[in-house]
Every structure is written in C-alpha cells, then in structure tokens.
Design a protein around this ligand. Structure first.
Ligand code: FO1
Length: 304
C-alpha cells in the first residue's frame, strides 16, 4: 500500500497519475483539512473535494478545482442579493456542500462523509481527512492574521507572510485509519503540494509527524517548485517570505527531517548534488504533469 500526504490540485493530479500505474485499491490519501471552512452556513472541504472530483473524472481541468461543466446561477442570484460571492461555489459543487453539511449535522464525521461522497462518485482510492476534529490554517501576514481562504482566495495570496499557524492542531486527533495508513504503507509519498499550507497542517496533527519522521527512509516527496517557480499558488513566495531558498533546495531544507528522497524536475538537475550533500536522496524526472505520459513517468518515479 502507498499512502500519499495530499493537499489540493497537485496532489489530485499525482493521485490520478498513480491510479494509472497501480491498483487504486493499493492507494490511500491522507488529506489536508486546514483549508476547510464554513461559508453560507455550509462546510466546505476544498482539498477533499478537489481530489474527489479529480479521481471521479469530474473536475474542471482548467481551474483544477470545482466541477467540470459547472454553472453559476446560484452565485449570480446571490450576488443580486448582495451576498458573499468572492468564493465561487458552482451549482453542482453546492450539492456536495449541502450533502456534507446535512450529514455533519446528523452526527456523521468528516471521514464518514468523505467516504460516502467518494463511494457515490465511484472514487477508487481511499480518502482520509487527516482529522475529524476542527483544524484551521491561519496565515500571519503584513495585514495581520488571516483565515486561510481569506488569504488564499479573497486576497489572491498577494500579501507578505510572516508565519503559518495551524489552529486546533494540539487538540486534534488523527482520523480513524490515518496512523495505520502511515505505518503500514510500503511507501509514503508527499505530493507536490505547498509545504507550509498543505503538508504542514497534516503533519501538525499529533502523532502524524512522529510516524512520518520515523519512516524517513520510506518517504518520497515531490518538489512543488520547478525552476524556482511554483506551477500554481504561493509556494515560491512563501519559501522566500519564510527565509528559505526559492528552489527545490529550499524545499529540501523544509523537508529534511522527515523526507528520505526528493523528486525534482529535470530542469533542476543541477541541484541534485547539493541536496544529496544535505543527506537526502534525489530522483530527477519530469515533475510537470503536462500530459498523461509525463504524469505516468512521475508516478513511476515516486514508486521506483
Ligand atoms: N479557488 C479560487 O482561487 N477561487 C475560488 O473562487 C475558489 C472556489 C472554490 C470552491 C470550491 C472548492 O472546493 C475550491 C475552490 N477554490 C477556489 C480552490 C481552493 O480554495 C484552493 O485552491 C485550495 O483551498 C488550496 O488548496
């Protein structure tokens, strides 16, 4: 079994690539829930939903999140009423949040709801929110402390960051099956997700970092930086703001305590020796999943 520590779009694409080369029944994803929030009274779990829609073949390929063929009539009507429309919830996507919110209100856990939605949409991989307890990523910025989606979507992550905190982490318990999935996997994979915003909230849940660190030799991470840039999102800016080199070498520094092997892009091959000198193994391949062949090559590299 392979267990993948997963954020949003990058993780979803890597999981889809893994499904194309190994039996999906052999894959488990432990998913970040630090981005989750309540809006319009609905509980929204962006990373779980992005992965679910991608593995169900229903994702909007252009944005990487939300559903393909989406319509926006509810948002448009909400805008007419002067409601909050900065976070775009499509008409079909809203059904997911309605269903989840109803089930949570009935006493179901986030894990149970994730499993139900995945089963209904025929997702072949086991998805586990890292915790069923409240967890929220708070971004400390030049404007003060911001809730994650306020920072990420409303302000388009266009503010200087001084730190990232995971509220609720100390009291959170790993969801059922999470520690077993980390302990029993033949390999742990860290998806090409944001190290601070997507991977740290997973590691911050008590017990998770300990298990992952103890298995360092079996942990393979994919660098989210290629040629000093993030394909999507603020990973490059955050490395800089938080005092790391803006390169896969910076990523290696963030991950050095718990990652045995870093997969880097061919365009960063010249960094391999430096990273190896810091005590991490390196694999060089194409990490940009620009087409199915490249995605499969990356999947094979993390499994090799
Ligand atoms: N990202 C955006 O940049 N703008 C949006 O309006 C937006 C809406 C949205 C709705 C549902 C969902 O599951 C995800 C959504 N995302 C949106 C993506 C998402 O919030 C972020 O990419 C992740 O939280 C970071 O992993």
């Amino acid at each position: 079994m392979i267990t993948v520590l997963s954020g949003g779009v990058g993780a979803a694409r890597l999981l889809a690539a893994l499904v194309s080369v190994i039996d999906p029944a052999e894959i488990e994803a432990v998913v970040n829930v630090g981005d989750d929030f309540v809006l319009h009274g609905l509980t929204i779990c962006p990373d779980l939903d992005t992965i679910t829609y991608t593995l169900a073949g229903r994702v909007n390929e252009e944005t990487g999140w939300g559903r393909r063929g989406e319509t926006w009539r509810t948002m448009s009507a909400l805008g007419e009423l002067g409601g909050e429309t900065w976070f775009a919830l499509g008409d079909q996507d809203l059904a997911t949040h309605l269903y989840r919110t109803q089930r949570l209100g009935e006493g179901a856990t986030k894990s149970e709801v994730a499993r139900e939605i995945a089963a209904r949409l025929a997702v072949p991989v086991t998805l586990r929110p890292v915790t069923d307890d409240p967890l929220a990523t708070i971004v400390d910025t030049e404007l003060g402390a911001l809730d994650f989606q306020d920072y990420f979507v409303r302000r388009r992550h266009d503010v200087a960051v001084t730190g990232v905190r995971i509220r609720g982490a100390q009291a959170a318990r790993p969801a059922p099956g999470v520690l077993t999935a980390l302990r029993d996997a033949t390999r742990l994979v860290i998806a090409p997700s944001n190290p601070f915003l997507s991977i740290e909230p997973i590691l911050a849940v008590p017990g998770v970092r300990e298990v992952v660190s103890a298995r360092r030799a079996d942990v393979v991470a994919v660098s989210p930086l290629v040629g000093g840039r993030a394909l999507k999102g603020p990973a490059a800016r955050l490395l800089d703001d938080l005092g790391f080199a803006v390169s896969c070498e910076g990523v290696a520094d963030v991950y050095r305590e718990f990652v045995g092997t870093l997969v880097i892009d061919e365009s960063d091959a010249s960094s391999a020796a430096t990273i190896r000198d810091r005590g991490m193994d390196v694999r060089v391949t194409t990490t940009v999943m620009a087409n199915p062949d490249h995605a499969r090559a990356l999947a094979r590299a993390v499994l090799a």
